[in-house]
Write a protein that binds this ligand. Structure first.
Ligand code: UD1
Length: 416
């Protein structure tokens, strides 16, 4: 198992480009099965989850070719409807294939994705919506067998604006008979990216980015070329790297509109931020201000995927901060590791109370999940002494070139 060894205390300075978003490319790769044609996808990150999705597509008969950051998918010879269990277990997002495969083949067999490191992640909203569209779904022995001769458009009111459920419905409704309306849809930028990809192949979808999405079923789809949006969580993580080290970092190739909630909170901590639409400069403060309240919410609220990184920053703020996690249960596993580094954080249910300490100290810690692991890297950059972070594979699931990027910014980080 690989580890990061980080010597803290260096100010991060320099410029770094941000690659395409993991959470955009995964549903888009799933969507490539729909057109029975070819898809060329630019600006894709090179990550284990993306590789797993590629393996899933190959296992059902797609041809895939990756050259640098471009992935080419040919789904014309798709021939299987069963998704290999070990790949589904490795990546929960594979359930996004349900909607796509119902559209393409009218059938899919997929194992039930278990819980994961950030708590139970039910798929009841996905199943309810697919049933409303006319699919029959049998759940037995840990497998889901979904079938539909013809999906029929309908009105779907989501009980919660789930990102994955919104995407699954969009994928299932592309060729459904008539019109599907999703109300209380998730509004994340990744939903807009999926809409643009699907419309690029001839779908008729409107409203992504708002709470009401309308999908008019179409009969024919074509080949498509698409460029993935920048990863707003990678951008946010690098912003915190600058903030926590009192650094001066310039981020390139970003979409500033997508990170407004992160910009707002980092300004409250005292960061100076200058930007145009696609480039941003962030100067970390001499002394980090505590923040009265950070609450994770569906987009455009503060992202749950930035909660851990924000806690790392606030752990050395001047005063007490309160962070409330409203999206996932059990998403505070990084806290006990931060405490090992000298942080003073108490958890009460969904709330973390962070009393800022003067400094963190290097320690041996373990990355327990993707964003929690990233938070430990950030804490280590600011800590006094050496931090060893174990189980870095979690972190590498979401950051294509973390070590290289941080080195370029003057960090002292090594992977062994
Ligand atoms: C996506 C992102 C993930 C991010 C999350 C919230 C991808 C690949 N992952 O995950 O990084 O943290 O959005 O922004 O895009 N829920 C149910 N029933 C369901 C579906 C969801 O109860 O059928 C609950 C979940 O348990 C969770 C909340 O709804 O508490 C949000 O989940 P959702 O928006 O679906 O997240 P994902 O799509 O899994």
């Amino acid at each position: 198992m690989s580890k990061y060894i980080i010597e803290g205390g260096r100010r991060l300075v320099g410029e770094v480009p941000v690659i395409g978003a993991k959470n955009a490319v995964l549903p888009i790769l799933a969507a490539t099965v729909i057109n029975n044609n070819t898809s060329t996808i630019f600006n894709t990150p090179n990550l284990r989850d993306v590789e797993v999705m590629e393996q899933i597509l190959v296992s059902i008969g797609c041809k895939i070719n990756r050259v640098d950051n471009v992935i080419f998918v040919d789904s014309r010879n798709l021939s299987k409807i069963k998704i290999p269990e070990e790949l589904v277990r490795e990546m929960r997002s594979s359930i996004i294939l349900m909607g796509a495969m119902l559209t393409r083949c009218g059938e899919i067999v997929v194992s039930y994705p278990g819980g994961c490191e950030i708590g139970p992640r039910p798929i009841d909203l996905h199943l309810k919506a697919l049933r409303q569209l006319g699919a029959t779904i049998e759940e037995s022995h840990g497998f889901l067998h979904c079938k539909a001769e013809k999906l029929k458009g309908c009105d779907i009111q989501l009980d919660f604006p789930s990102v994955g459920a919104t995407e699954n419905i969009m994928l299932a409704a592309v060729k459904a008979e008539g019109t599907t309306i999703i109300r209380n849809a998730a509004r994340e930028p990744e939903i807009i990216d999926l809409q643009n990809f699907l419309n690029g192949m001839g779908a008729k979808i409107h409203g992504a980015g708002t709470s009401i999405i309308r999908i008019d079923g179409v009969d024919n789809l074509t080949s498509v070329e698409h460029t993935i949006i920048p990863d707003r969580i990678v951008a946010g993580t690098y912003m915190v790297a600058s903030a926590i080290t009192g650094g001066e970092v310039i981020l390139k190739n970003i979409e500033v509109e997508h990170i407004q909630s992160i910009i707002a909170k980092l300004k409250e901590t005292g960061c100076m931020i200058y930007n145009n639409c696609t480039t941003l400069k962030i100067i970390g403060p001499k002394k980090i201000n505590a923040i009265e309240t950070v609450q994770t919410l569906p987009y455009p609220g503060f992202p749950t995927d930035m909660q851990a990184q924000m806690i790392a920053l606030l752990s050395i703020a001047n005063g007490t901060s309160i962070v409330t996690e409203t999206i996932f249960e059990n998403r505070f596993k990084h806290v006990e590791e931060l405490v090992r580094m000298g942080a003073n954080i108490k958890i009460a249910g969904k709330v973390a109370i962070i009393k800022g300490v003067k400094e963190l100290t290097g320690a041996k810690v373990t990355s327990k999940d993707l964003r929690g692991g990233a938070a430990l890297v950030l804490a280590a950059l600011a800590a006094n002494g050496t931090t060893v972070i174990e189980d870095t594979f979690h972190i590498e699931r979401g950051y294509d070139s973390l070590e290289k990027d941080l080195l370029a910014l003057n960090a002292d980080i090594r992977k062994v």
